[in-house]
Ligand binder design. Structure first.
Ligand code: TXA
Ligand code: MG
Length: 357
């Protein structure tokens, strides 16, 4: 049985938080909202509780977890050394959607870090997450609260869809405000390396760490080199996803053509794209859309990438529930949070990319 407690995201109810903190302290699993996505939390110092996270998610034990702290003052409890670049980034972006990889302290169980000598740490900004950690009084290890290799959850309903019956409690604080996971910067190497684009943009990081190394992985799935513990297959819906890269009219033209072709072969086709592209596609797929062979769904406007990021996973899940065999996806460009959107679509596509020029 999984209990759900509704909490106000701005002023979380103290009784609900106390109940959730008690579950964490006795080794249980609590899903809770952060500003990025919902996390599945357990006491980071309790190796048995950590093992339960991996069981509930069906996650391989080789994929390490992020440790969440209530405030930056706890950093020395988990990291054995904090280099100056890491300090600078923490000062600028915590509390917020940034994760730093640092050398770990021996108190952090190997189960958390998959045996690595480093630990990923972040201080989330969401009031529910902070209240939970403050009340629990322990660092909380939390991966995204989805079944392994499913899209990350941005609503409590997504958590229940994947993990209902497998975890103790869900704190339902409504939809998460950013919608894609935190940015991961590895500070165990110098200069630091951007391992995962996310809520803090590359442009913001470069302003503080000009020699930051940006991994090529997100730019080219064909030659993808997963970061330690990061598998390319991730965020995938049930339908087989192909990502279309390129600019405006040509991409719309190509997706429309491929959708008609695939539908003609008997496939049910989903299209996941920015609003502008869905509107431009409408006349090209009108007959197939009204017969339900092609379903085009918009995750947000190209001109507002923040909204697009917020709605990406929810729209991907909703479209997937309509049961398409294939999903043709279009991103919003690689600037700002668009880089994170592109990265998640690329992983959902498991390297199936069509470049349109
Ligand atoms: O926004 C987020 O980061 C969300 C919320 C819940 O905080 N969490 C999240 O966790 O996305 P997860 O487990 O889905 O992704 C964490 C990633 C892992 O895939 C892993 O590759 C990387 O962080 N990671 C964790 N520890 C690491 C380490 N020591 N070195 C390198 N990468 C690490
Ligand atoms: Mg995840």
């Amino acid at each position: 049985m999984t209990r759900t407690l509704a909490v106000d995201p701005e002023r979380p109810d103290a009784a609900a938080i106390a109940e959730a903190a008690a579950v964490i302290r006795r080794g249980g699993l609590v899903a809770f909202p952060t500003e990025t996505v919902y996390g599945l939390g357990a006491n980071a110092l309790d190796a048995d509780a950590i093992r339960r996270i991996f069981e509930a998610k069906g996650r391989p034990s080789t994929d390490p977890l992020i440790v969440h702290l209530a405030h930056v003052g706890q950093l020395e409890q988990v990291a054995s050394h904090v280099p100056p670049e890491a300090r600078r980034l923490a000062r600028a972006f915590w509390a917020g959607p940034l994760t730093l990889v640092l050398p770990k302290r021996p108190e952090i169980p190997d189960a958390v870090t998959a045996g690595l000598p480093s630990v990923a740490v972040r201080v989330p900004a969401h009031r529910v997450a902070r209240a939970l950690m403050e009340t629990a009084g322990v660092p909380v290890a939390a991966p995204s609260a989805n079944r392994f290799a499913r899209p990350s959850p941005t609503r409590a309903a997504h958590v229940l869809e994947d993990l209902g019956g497998r975890i103790d409690l869900v704190l339902d604080g409504g939809p998460t405000p950013i919608g894609v996971e935190s940015t991961i910067v590895d500070c165990t190497v110098s200069p630091p390396v951007l391992r995962r684009p996310g809520g803090v943009t590359r442009e913001q990081l470069l302003a503080l760490v000009p020699d930051l190394v940006v991994e090529a992985r997100a730019a080219d799935a064909g030659t993808a080199q997963p970061a330690p513990g990061q598998l390319l297959r991730h965020y995938a819906p049930r339908a087989r996803v192909t990502l279309y890269e390129g600019t405006g009219a040509a991409v719309v033209e190509r997706v429309g053509r491929d959708a008609r072709h695939l539908a003609g072969q008997g496939s049910r086709v989903g299209i996941l794209a920015p609003e502008e592209d869905v509107m431009a596609l409408a006349p090209r797929i009108a007959a197939l859309a009204s017969s339900g062979r092609v379903m085009a769904r918009a995750f947000g406007p190209r001109r507002d990438p923040d909204e697009a990021a917020r709605r990406l996973f929810d729209t991907m899940r909703a479209l997937d529930r309509e049961g398409p065999d294939v999903m043709l996806a279009i991103g919003v460009g690689a600037e700002a949070i668009g880089a994170a959107i592109h990265d998640r679509l690329l992983r959902a596509a498991e390297g199936r990319v069509v470049r349109v020029r």
